[in-house]
Write a protein that binds this ligand. Sequence first.
Ligand code: XMP
Length: 171
Amino acid sequence: MDVLIPAERIHARVGELAAEIARAYDGKPVTVVGILTGCLIFTADLIRRIDLPLRVAFVTASSYRGETTVAGKLEIRDELLPDIAGRHILLLDDILDTGKTLTRVVAHLIDRGAASVKVGVLLRKIGRQEVPFEPDYVGFTIPDKFVIGYGLDFNDEYRHLPFIGVLPSGD
Ligand code: XMP
C-alpha cells in the first residue's frame, strides 16, 4: 500500500489545527461534533490538543443507494447529540469529497439551534466538489484518489492504520 501522508505529518498538522482552533475560539466553550465513523481518530486526536472548555458529541450521516431508497439520499441520525441550542459547534469530518454530507449536516445543526457552526476536515479532495462549501479548517488537500487509514475505511477495514494510504488499484 502507498503511504500518502505518514503518521508523523498527521500528528504535526493536527497540533497546528488545534492551536489555530483554540486561538479562534479565544476561551469560548465549544461543542465538537464528529460525523461517525470516519471522524473517529481525527476527533480523538484533535480534541486532546485543543485547549478550550469542550464537549464532544457525534452524529451519523449515511448515504443509501438501495432499491427502496433514492440514490444518494443522506440519512442524518442525531440520537447521541445533546441539546446544542445556543452552542458554538465545531463539526469534524474525515474528508470533504463532493461536499454534500457537510452541507447537509451543517444545515441540520443550525436547524437544531446552534449559535454557530464551524467545520474542520482532515482531508479535502481536489476536483471532486459538487456543491459550494468552504470548510474553516483543513488538514491536507489531496488528489482524487480513494484513501484509507486514520479513520477512513474500505469496506469497514483499515480505519485503525496510523497513516493515510492509497490502496493499490488491483490492475
Ligand atoms: P461527500 O461526498 O458528501 O462525502 O463530501 C464525504 C464522505 O464520503 C466518504 N469518502 C471517503 N471515504 N475514502 C474513504 O474511506 C475516500 O477516499 C473517501 N472519499 C469520500 C467519507 O465517508 C466522507 O465522510
